[in-house]
Design a protein around this ligand. Structure first.
Ligand code: 4NP
Length: 151
């Protein structure tokens, strides 16, 4: 079973910190011990907390993202985590190019764990402004991921 999971998006201020906060709370509720973190493929927001409107939408569902700070994904993350989950195809392709040949981490799309939705990416709410839609999909995928990890 994967013990450590890294979520990756572009800026690490909307989708991946939300996934981190959602999975952390769901795992705690189920009593599943996981190490969870998030990172961005880009470096524009390094050191910043999650985007304000994203934090507000998450807070309305009980997820406190305020302690999180953005960081950029590193090649060493492929040795540190069991599972690296990309939010969209571009993030996935970026990670694939960085991935060491014999790295520890398995790389997948987060939406693989939400097959009933038909989604193939988590649309970026920084651009779509649909923060609740992103959270709906993230919650569905996080539940699917935990179900698979518990099997
Ligand atoms: P995220 O959204 O990848 O879900 O964190 C973004 C936030 C900011 C930018 C891009 C994506 N940006 O270019 O500033």
């Amino acid at each position: 079973m994967a013990q450590s999971i890294l979520f990756v998006c572009l800026g690490n201020i909307c989708r991946s910190p939300s996934a981190e906060g959602v999975l952390r709370r769901m795992a705690e509720a189920r009593g599943v011990a996981l190490e969870i973190d998030s990172a961005g493929t880009g470096d524009w927001h390094v050191g910043e907390p999650p985007y304000g409107p994203m934090q507000e939408a998450a807070k309305a569902r009980g997820y406190d993202l305020s302690p999180l700070r953005a960081r950029q994904v590193q090649r060493a993350d492929f040795e540190r985590y069991d599972l690296i989950l990309a939010m969209d195809d571009k993030n996935f392709a970026h990670l694939r190019r960085m991935q060491p040949e014999a790295g520890r981490a398995t790389l997948r799309l987060f939406t693989d764990y939400a097959p009933t939705t038909g989604a193939t990416e988590v649309p970026d709410p920084y651009y779509t402004r649909d923060f609740d839609g992103a959270l709906d999909l993230i919650e569905t995928a996080a539940r699917g991921l935990l179900d698979q990890l518990s099997e």
